[in-house]
Design a protein around this ligand. Structure first.
Ligand code: PGA
Length: 258
């Protein structure tokens, strides 16, 4: 199987940006620009919790899907400040970012909690976007593959093949996030191909070929076409450039035109 059997997915990760009126304005600007991607490229806006309801309403009837940026693994209970998968589903959310490096770095996220969140999301019918990636120090020590293999094995522990096919993997080298330093297209391809090989060993070739693997980390309107042209790069998780409608659209169009 080849790249064209997989769904290309361009997802914006808004992080901690935009009030509700600002979110509505940005989505209203994005919607008409990306309408032609319908059926070709999945377009997602992952927004802060407070914007979810606004985003679901603003994108209704369009081809833009809504994602959250985190989810808790318990169904309900005494977890002050947390949001469950069922709560997200009830609002109309379809995707959720799990294990973003900022959550691993600043909020104590571990592979164990990423695994629990991934399983909780899948059980509720959400599609997880599971983020993996090495630190600069780990790359310099030439252990990128070990780090990525470990994250994939732990983050997807006990996730069935059918569920892995609904899961998106985002390869985001930590040194490239928000730094303006993009991995070269060859570096991105090398690790995305390694992720697919790891999935093939853990599951089987057919399952591995079905999984959408995104690249993320300073992807922008200028470098997107080359990154997305790579065999194992099936889309992008976009931070900074997803906050500008025209830049985000340029990335979507690069995926449409592949
Ligand atoms: P960036 O963020 O595009 O701003 O580097 C990517 C991400 O964190 O998902």
């Amino acid at each position: 199987m080849k790249k064209d059997v997989r769904k290309a997915i361009i997802a914006g990760n808004w992080k901690m940006n935009k009030t509700r009126p600002e979110a509505k304005e940005l989505l209203e600007a994005i919607k008409p620009l990306v309408a032609n991607a319908n059926g070709k490229v999945e377009v997602i806006a992952c927004v802060p919790f407070t914007n979810l309801e606004t985003a679901v309403a603003a994108t209704e009837g369009s081809n833009v899907k809504v994602g959250a940026e985190n989810v808790h693994f318990e169904k309900s209970g005494a977890y002050t400040g947390e949001i469950s998968a069922d709560m997200l589903v009830e609002v109309g959310v379809e995707y959720v970012v799990i294990g973003h490096s900022e959550r691993r770095q600043y909020f104590g996220e571990t592979d164990e909690t990423v695994n629990k969140r991934t399983k909780a999301a899948l059980a509720a019918g959400l599609k997880p976007i599971v983020c993996v990636g090495e630190l600069l120090w780990e790359r310099e020590c030439s252990i990128t593959e070990e780090v990525i293999a470990r994250q994939i094995k732990l983050d997807l522990f006990d996730v069935a093949a059918e569920d892995v096919k609904k899961t998106v993997i985002a390869y985001e080298p930590v040194w490239a996030i928000g730094t303006g330093k993009t991995a070269t297209a060859d570096q991105a391809e090398e690790v995305c191909a390694f992720i697919r090989n790891t999935l093939a060993k853990l599951y089987d070739e057919q399952t591995a070929q079905a999984v959408t693997i995104q690249y993320g980390g300073s992807m922008n309107a200028t470098n997107c076409a080359e990154l997305l042209s790579k065999e194992n790069v099936d889309g992008g998780l976009i931070g900074g450039a997803s906050l500008k409608a025209n830049d985000f659209n340029t990335i979507v169009q690069a995926a449409v035109n592949l």
